[in-house]
Structures are given as structure tokens and as C-alpha cells.
Design a protein around this ligand. Structure first.
Ligand code: ITT
Length: 182
């Protein structure tokens, strides 16, 4: 049974919405989309960025909503690009990252989901550990063709069950448990 009140996902990124919609659907939550560029403050904390994005989204949309802020953190690069993942993907891209890496290829993907309505502001975080592939593998969006989750030989782009194990899935699962009982 779907929860009856509408919930919106506010983002400029269609891919994130499509995945979030599929995942939340499996938990019985219907998700609508408002495509918007949100203000992103400069901060080293994904959570701070997420909270400020959620406030900005609510001030513009005035509806119960979630936003998501993600980052890929690469050990060899001391956690870079982290909060700068969107900018780095648009500038040096996956090949640029592959060229920077030597032996240590460990990395993690982090997702923060922040819910905001008139009275509530609540964040849920999750991560998935993995590594960066030696080559671009598979056709996917963003860093999917270079991120290999632990216990897999395939990149996110090559897996057919990304939405059952990703950083996004884990953060949305925490969110759903809270949202369906609030
Ligand atoms: P918003 O409008 O929602 O902020 P965005 O694309 O700027 O969209 P983020 O700052 O949260 O989103 O994400 C940082 C970047 O990390 C994003 O642009 C992608 O390049 C990448 N990314 C995030 N989640 C990903 C995933 O599941 N697979 C591949 N790349 C991902």
C-alpha cells in the first residue's frame, strides 16, 4: 500500500530520481519529481550540504520532499573528490580519475538523504565500500563505470542489481523505515 501524501524528490539529476523512485516504490512509497538546480554551499561535510539543499528546496517548493547529496571518496586521493564529486565528474571525468590512481584503489560512495517539510528536517546517511576499476567498464551514468562494490568483480554500470545494494538504496531504506512510521 502506498502512503497517500505526496513526496517529492528535488534534484537537477534525472538518474538519481529514477533510481530513488524504483527503490522507494519497492518500499511502497510513491515519489514525484521536481527538477531544479539547488544551491550548493561549499563545505567539507556532505550532511551540511544536504541540509542546506533541503532548506533551499523547501523554500522554493513548499511541499514534503527529499533531496540527496552524494560523494565518492577515494582513499589514495585522501577522500577527494568527496563533496566535489559533481564538479570533478564534469571537469576531469572518469578517465581523469583513473589517470590519478596508482596501487591503492579503495573508495567508498556515500549518500545523504534529507527529508524536509514544514516542521521536520531529518537526514539519513549510508555508504558502500568498494574500489576504483583500472578501466572504464560498462555504460552507466556518473561514476558507475569505474566503481566496483566490495564482493563484486563488476562495476555499478555492469551490475543489474545496483538498486538493491547501492549507497542510495541503503540511505533510502533507512529513510523509509522512519518515514513509514512517522
Ligand atoms: P543535485 O541537483 O541533486 O544536487 P547532482 O548531480 O549535483 O544533483 P550530487 O552533488 O549529489 O548530485 O552528486 C555528485 C555526483 O556524484 C553526481 O553528479 C554524479 O556524477 C555522482 N554520483 C552520485 N551518485 C551516483 C551513482 O549512484 N552512480 C554514479 N555516479 C553518482
Amino acid at each position: 500500500m502506498h502512503k497517500s501524501s505526496d513526496l517529492y524528490f528535488v534534484s537537477s539529476n534525472n538518474h538519481k530520481y529514477q533510481e530513488a523512485k524504483t527503490i522507494l516504490d519497492s518500499f511502497g512509497i510513491k515519489l514525484r519529481f521536481i527538477k531544479l538546480n539547488l544551491e550548493e554551499i561549499q563545505s567539507n561535510s556532505l550532511k551540511e550540504i544536504a541540509v542546506s539543499k533541503a532548506r533551499d528546496a523547501f523554500s522554493k517548493c513548499k511541499k514534503p520532499l527529499i533531496i540527496e547529496d552524494d560523494g565518492i571518496f577515494i582513499n589514495f586521493l585522501h577522500g577527494f573528490p568527496g563533496p566535489y564529486s559533481s564538479y570533478i565528474f564534469k571537469t576531469i571525468g572518469n578517465n581523469g580519475i583513473l589517470n590519478l590512481l596508482k596501487q591503492n584503489r579503495k573508495a567508498k560512495f556515500v549518500s545523504i538523504i534529507t527529508y524536509c517539510d514544514k516542521n521536520i528536517l531529518q537526514s539519513f546517511d549510508a555508504k558502500i565500500d568498494g574500489s576504483i576499476s583500472k578501466h572504464v567498464k560498462g555504460k552507466g551514468w556518473g561514476y558507475d563505470p569505474i566503481f566496483i562494490p566490495n564482493n563484486s568483480k563488476k562495476t555499478f554500470a555492469e551490475l543489474n542489481n545496483k538498486n538493491e545494494l547501492s549507497h542510495r538504496y541503503k540511505a533510502l531504506k533507512k529513510f523509509s523505515n522512519w518515514y513509514l512510521h512517522k
